[in-house]
Ligand binder design. Structure first.
Ligand SMILES: *Cc1c(COP(=O)(O)O)cnc(C)c1O
Length: 358
């Protein structure tokens, strides 16, 4: 496809957006610079005002909370479930106050939060639901794609994710009432997209907004990735399944815990983690793997214990599960071109660690 269009929303970007709308099933998909940018757009669309509260997990990436803090909100951190490591839906209702405006579930490792419960609570209390689906492209929950269940969903195409464009993301607008305003906010607060659609004869400043759309080079790169999405995800799931199968005996022996896979969901093989019995054991396992030439890394420092999290947010209840599991979790290598042999080597090194007397 030849095109001299280099700014945003050229033919490649449009193909990406059409692909996302068709494949995931959402009213409108808008490419952004990043998932962070999509979350910032979501905060504007939810009309977050200074003093509002937003319920978020503490075990997540900073942008889940930061996007709302930028609009003056206080992130209220809730604990995670020990099985899925996702926001504990039982804690959400208890965290609601008259100031609460939105709930932001994050689908860790591409595995789904209990969206049916979260949506039901949000509807009862008149709250927005913004899914941080940065890791969850093409994962499903009860047959629906993650990111398409809340009022808004945010995807990432950062190079650390499954489908990439270097930096990149998308806002999925599922609530049709928000589509027009989303387009305005993304185009610097102008009604430029209505102008291009021939709906108005000039465009002007109509709302707050910023430049949230990526250039066409990003769209071109991303479309090539989306065309291969099934293949990329199948390869990652093959490695995920290999790890799961091979390490099951260690889990059955009570030595490690593996990612939990629920029956009514399909995860996208985004990452594979182990939970060691203690933080000290995790440190030794990471060292052992390092000595075998294998890079295993920890994940989030809980946001409620971070300097900015303490300054801008507060906790709802005691985040015991978050504090415990974040200190014991490590991620094993998992990438598209990883061979079964390489994954087998990682498994053998983990097995070796647990077969030695400590
Ligand atoms: C990667 C990630 C983000 C940020 O994505 P960017 O595209 O880099 O802004 C946000 N939330 C979660 C849960 C992530 O994993």
């Amino acid at each position: 496809m030849a095109s001299s269009h280099l700014a945003g929303d050229g033919p490649f970007s449009k193909q990406c957006q059409a692909w996302l709308e068709r494949t995931l099933g959402c009213a409108r998909a808008l490419l952004t610079h990043s998932c962070t940018a999509a979350l910032e757009m979501a905060a504007i669309l939810c009309d977050i005002q200074p003093g509002d509260e937003v319920i978020v997990p503490s075990f997540t990436f900073v942008s889940t909370a930061n996007a709302f803090v930028l609009r003056g909100a206080c992130p209220v951190f809730v604990d995670i479930r020990p099985d899925t490591l996702n926001m504990d839906e039982q804690q959400v209702e208890k965290a609601i106050t008259p100031k609460t405006k939105a709930v932001v579930p994050m689908h860790y490792a591409g595995g789904p939060c209990a969206m049916d419960v979260i949506m039901e609570i949000a509807e009862r209390h008149g709250l927005w639901v913004v899914e941080d689906a940065a890791q969850a492209l093409l994962s499903t929950y009860q047959g629906r794609c993650l990111g398409t269940i809340g009022h808004l969903g945010c995807l990432s195409f950062h190079e650390t994710k499954n489908i990439i464009s270097g930096e990149g993301g998308a806002l999925l607008v599922n609530d049709t009432r928000l589509v027009e305003r989303a387009e305005v906010i993304r185009e610097k607060g102008t009604n430029r997209s209505r102008f291009f659609a021939g709906e108005v004869d000039h465009y002007t400043w109509v709302d707050i907004g910023s430049s949230f759309l990526p250039g066409e080079l990003v769209g071109a790169f991303l479309f090539a990735q989306l065309e291969q999405a099934e293949k990329i995800i199948a390869a990652r799931r093959r490695i995920f399944d290999l790890y799961h199968r091979s390490l099951r005996p260690l889990e059955e022996a009570g030595l490690v815990r593996l990612p939990w896979v629920e029956n009514d969901s399909v995860a996208n093989g985004h990452l594979f983690y182990l939970i060691a019995r203690t933080t000290e054991e995790r440190t030794r396992l990471i060292k052992h793997l390092d000595a075998c030439g294998i890079l295993a890394v920890i994940h989030y420092v809980p946001l409620h214990s971070s300097p900015a999290g303490r300054r801008y947010g507060r906790t709802a209840g005691h985040l015991a599960v978050t504090e415990d599991l974040s200190g014991r979790l490590l991620r094993l290598p998992l990438y598209y071109e990883m061979s079964d042999e390489d994954a087998g080597r990682v498994v053998a090194s983990v097995q070796e660690f647990y077969s030695r007397p400590s």
